[in-house]
Design a protein around this ligand. Structure first.
Ligand SMILES: Nc1ncnc2c1ncn2[C@@H]1O[C@H](COP(=O)(O)OP(=O)(O)OP(=O)(O)O)[C@@H](O)[C@H]1O
Ligand SMILES: [Mg+2]
Length: 326
């Protein structure tokens, strides 16, 4: 196990229980998403795992090294990009990385070479000699991202790497993070409260609320655990389509003639259904599938909605399925 925690607890000032008995088992090469609303205990957990904060009780290790008893060794194999910006405005891009390198006792030559590689990885090499004060928010975040990597850690902790960035820049950041895994093969522990981001990027997700992990699993698993996909089909003969809906539930014909129903596994269900529909000579004007989102997952396991600014619907148009069935 690359990251492990057992009954990890942090109580601040004797009474604020920020982390309330967390268990983690994260394997080498995984991207693990720690998802939760403000104040859930994400940063506190990261600080304990990265040796910055001593747990009140419980145990945690990185690649088998105890985060309390073997602090120094742990620090050598982890990289941390904290929630607050860590790069220095008054230095040039490349100088920031060289400074980081000097903290780890990496020689000048070596540092320059590593810095170049890392800057290229996040498309910042062209801006290496500019002062960070002239960087855009997205550029800073990218520099932040690689500043935790100069010493070639085995595990990278990213605390809210995309907070406050616009949607487009965030999408780019996900790509960069995915590239880090692909190119460097490192394990990544990422905290976020953007559901969509966690959904796309992470192999596994733990949903944390009030210091506890409420549920954990692969994004697909979590969404499937919610239940059903919601399907909408608009055609001129909804009543006839209704006859073909084996094993569907919540079947309803809406005002505009759209038939809506729920099924468990729309990927298998829809192509078969479409075949029947086309054989009957019924034309479909529109088809959409609404998958359960992590939003629904969060609601189910915490009983609350996550404070969230993303669109709630994840509608996938399956015109491809329609074409296949034709
Ligand atoms: N140094 C501290 N002293 C006392 N309480 C703290 C301290 N740091 C955090 N807390 C409290 O612990 C709880 C968890 O905070 P933490 O920063 O871990 O949450 P988070 O999930 O990272 O939140 P956010 O999404 O806002 O970053 C909160 O109630 C917070 O107020
Ligand atoms: Mg935090």
């Amino acid at each position: 196990m690359m990251i492990e925690a057992k009954k990890l607890v942090k109580i601040y000032n004797g009474n604020i229980k920020a982390v309330d008995g967390i268990d983690l088992s994260i394997e080498k090469g995984e991207i693990y998403g720690f998802l939760g609303p403000n104040g859930a205990g994400k940063t506190t957990t990261v600080k304990m795992l990265t040796t910055l904060l001593k747990p009140t009780s419980g145990y945690a290790s990185i690649n088998g090294l105890d985060v309390v008893k073997e602090q120094e060794k742990v620090r050598k194999i982890i990289g941390l990009v904290p929630q607050d910006l860590s790069v220095d405005d008054d230095l040039k891009g490349i100088e920031n990385l060289e400074l980081q390198a000097s903290f780890y006792g990496i020689g000048k030559e070596e540092a320059r070479k590593k810095a170049k590689e890392l800057l290229e990885l996040v498309d910042l090499y062209h801006a290496r000699d500019r002062y960070v004060s002239t960087y855009s928010g997205g550029m800073r975040k990218r520099l932040d991202l690689v500043s935790g990597l100069i010493h070639e850690p085995e595990v990278l902790f990213l605390d809210e790497p995309t907070l406050g960035l616009d949607v487009q820049t965030r999408t780019k950041m996900w790509e960069y993070i995915e590239n880090l895994r692909k190119n460097l093969g490192i394990t990544i522990f990422i905290t976020t409260h953007y559901l969509e981001e966690a959904d796309r990027l992470c192999d596994r997700i733990g949903i944390i609320d009030k210091g506890r992990i409420m549920v954990e699993g692969r994004p697909e698993e979590l969404k499937n655990s919610v239940g059903f996909d919601l399907i909408y089909i608009l055609s001129e003969r909804p009543e006839e389509i209704k006859k073909y809906l084996d094993n569907a539930i919540n079947i309803e014909i809406l005002e505009d003639g759209t038939i809506r129903f729920s099924v468990h596994n729309s990927e298998e269900y829809i192509p078969l259904l479409l075949q029947k529909i086309y054989q009957a000579g019924i034309k479909i004007k529109r088809l959409s599938i609404q998958k359960p989102s992590l939003d629904t997952v969060f609601l189910k396991y915490t009983g609350r909605e996550m404070r969230e600014d993303e669109s709630r619907e994840d509608i996938i148009r399956t015109m491809r399925a329609i074409r296949r069935a034709r």
